[in-house]
Write a protein that binds this ligand. Structure first.
Ligand SMILES: NC(=O)c1ccc[n+]([C@@H]2O[C@H](COP(=O)([O-])OP(=O)(O)OC[C@H]3O[C@@H](n4cnc5c(N)ncnc54)[C@H](O)[C@@H]3O)[C@@H](O)[C@H]2O)c1
Ligand SMILES: [Zn+2]
Length: 376
């Protein structure tokens, strides 16, 4: 695969605006990224934000390439993990940028997974009322999902992503070669979002990962590049049409950006219940199985999807032990999902593989369906 450019066209903006997601499958991505930055933002200060693991693994080659392109990046490194997504860390980062003399023309470069991207994106949204930033995602999850779409946020003690902003990047540069150093479990967790993108919007993507599940699980980089590009195209189309997730949640509608929540109503509840034992993608895999079961009970989508999906998730190394995990507290958590309207829960289902549909479901009905056994 050659360097692929995917346009995110923000159709709801007046005038409309667009930016590019570059999916770069080859070695030396850092130099091409630095050259693009030189073209788009010459002679500015670059604030590179990363975490300690990516700092050790990848930051040196990116810093070298930026210097070779004439930049003098200021490097700031946060601790690994979700705890970095806090208002305290936002304050520290912004103070360090002020102390270093950054100004409104400066550009933030987030080098890392979704944590660094969400945190750095929010800092960029807030610093001097908003400066430009570039996402350089280095985990599979961040390449296929979090780096595209402009959602930035940090957490509060009360919950995840409760303080944030929509702030679209100048561009995104997915360096697929960086995935070579990613632990297998992180990689496999990211594959769940690829499966999701195929299910909701791209049947060919679903068929591709189904055909090559073992290679995807093993981290075949050429295959991952293709999966990242197709996933980004799905995400770009969805967020382009509904940037700020304002599409009304109506029964039978397409759900707009909310359809990216396929598998997430139950997935989030399982993730919370597991208290850190399930990775996000693992919980989403289980949540998609639950959604397939609900679809079957409503006679929606194709027969046998739950079994077919279970087989795929097994081959990818994702968990499928849904029944064991669907206890009362998980169901209660799911029914209090934020996409709830009164007694109804907005639930994303598939009308077929490659097309999503929103349904407003009665909470008691939904609970009963989920407690029923596998749909086959
Ligand atoms: N903004 C959005 O639209 C959106 C969407 C989905 C998820 N998210 C957020 O993304 C975050 C999760 O992202 P994540 O899964 O990337 O987690 P993460 O950023 O914590 O990265 C996971 C781990 O991988 C390490 N790592 C990163 N790149 C590596 C590489 N190339 N080689 C080796 N190790 C590497 C990191 O240091 C970290 O330890 C959550 O905070 C979630 O809320 C945001
Ligand atoms: Zn997700």
């Amino acid at each position: 695969m050659a360097l692929t450019r995917i346009a995110v066209e923000l159709a709801t903006r007046r005038p409309s605006r667009s930016y590019t997601v570059f999916v770069d499958p080859d070695a030396g991505a850092e130099s091409r990224l630095a050259a693009e930055l030189g073209r788009r933002a010459p002679n500015v200060r670059i604030a590179l934000l990363t975490d300690t693991r990516v700092d050790a693994l990848h930051r040196p080659r990116f810093e070298r390439a930026l210097r070779a392109a004439g930049f003098s990046p200021l490097v700031k490194c946060v601790a690994v993990g979700e705890a970095a997504k806090s208002l305290g860390v936002v304050e520290q980062i912004c103070e360090s940028w002020i102390d270093a003399g950054l100004d409104r023309s400066s550009v933030v470069l987030t080098l890392g997974g979704g944590v660094v991207g969400d945190l750095g994106g929010l800092c960029a949204a807030l610093f001097m009322r908003g400066i430009r930033y570039v996402q350089v995602p280095t985990t599979l999850l961040s390449q296929v999902d979090s780096s595209v779409g402009g959602k930035t946020a940090v957490n509060l003690p009360q919950g995840k992503n409760l303080v944030g902003a929509f702030h679209q990047p100048l561009f995104v540069w997915a360096d697929v070669s960086a995935l070579a150093t990613l632990p297998a479990r992180e990689r496999i967790s990211g594959l769940a979002e690829v499966v999701k993108h195929g299910l909701i919007a791209d049947e060919e993507l679903f068929l591709l990962i189904e055909e090559r599940a073992e290679a995807a699980r093993a981290g075949d980089l050429a295959l991952l590049a293709e999966l990242v590009a197709r996933s980004c195209a799905v995400k770009a189309a969805v967020v382009g049409a509904d940037e700020e997730e304002r599409s009304p949640l109506v029964d039978g509608g397409d759900g707009g950006r909310a359809k990216l929540n396929y598998g997430h109503t139950i997935g989030h509840a399982l993730e919370l219940e597991s208290a850190g034992r399930l990775r996000h993608g693992e919980a989403v895999a289980l949540g998609m199985l639950a959604a397939a079961r609900v679809g079957a009970a409503l006679g929606l989508g194709e027969a046998g999807l739950e079994g077919r999906l279970e087989n795929l998730l097994n081959r990818l190394g994702l968990p499928t032990d849904l029944d064991r995990r669907l206890g009362r507290t998980v169901l209660e958590r799911a029914m209090h999902d934020k996409k709830r309207t009164g007694q109804k829960v907005a639930f994303v289902l598939l009308s077929r593989i490659g097309a999503a549909e929103l349904r407003l479901l009665d909470r008691d009905h939904l609970t009963a369906v989920l407690q029923g056994s596998k749909s086959g």
